[in-house]
Design a protein around this ligand. Structure first.
Ligand code: SME
Length: 160
């Protein structure tokens, strides 16, 4: 298993995703432990993109519970349909939020967080967890992030 990510210098965001996704896939393939894989995905995304906060919330009963992440300490539990994460779970769809202040019911784990993208991860038809990425800049995520993060979560989904 490779333990170093190789990303071309001066790459565009899409090029960084294109370079890193196969390496992240190689990193998690062959490792059956979910928490080991979630930890490495969060660390890889933090290393490549320098996200303010990146991590997972896992469905446990009727709540999302904080899983492996990189960044400042965060809220531990989120109810179904609440906040951006709970909405992604309920709607079974990615939530791309350019300004968290404008999202009804947004849960502010950190006042520094300004924009956010949350991608659901499926086990069969059901949401098993969500990937949450926060930025301290407004409008920091776009269709490129959505496309590649959904692709990455599809790769993760196959291991569940
Ligand atoms: N802002 C999220 C809560 C999780 S933290 O950002 C890490 C939400 O509204 O669901």
């Amino acid at each position: 298993m490779a333990e170093t990510l190789f990303i071309p210098e001066a790459a565009t965001k899409a090029e960084k995703y294109n370079a890193s996704l196969p390496q992240i896939e190689a990193l998690i393939s062959g490792e059956p432990d979910l928490y080991a894989n979630l930890s490495n995905i969060a660390a890889a995304l933090k290393e490549v993109f320098g996200f303010f906060w990146v991590g997972f919330y896992l469905v446990k009963g009727d709540q999302l519970v904080l899983g492996p992440f990189q960044g400042p300490i965060a809220c531990t539990r989120i109810n179904f349909g609440k906040g951006v994460c709970g909405t992604a779970w309920k709607e079974k769809q990615t939530q791309l939020v350019p300004d968290v202040e404008a999202f009804p019911g947004h849960i502010a784990c950190s006042s520094a967080s300004k924009s956010e993208i949350v991608v659901p991860v499926f086990k069969g038809e059901e949401v098993a967890m969500v990937l949450d990425v926060d930025s301290d800049q407004l409008n920091d995520f776009d269709q490129i992030d959505q496309e590649y993060l959904e692709k990455l979560m599809g790769i993760l989904s196959k291991t569940l």
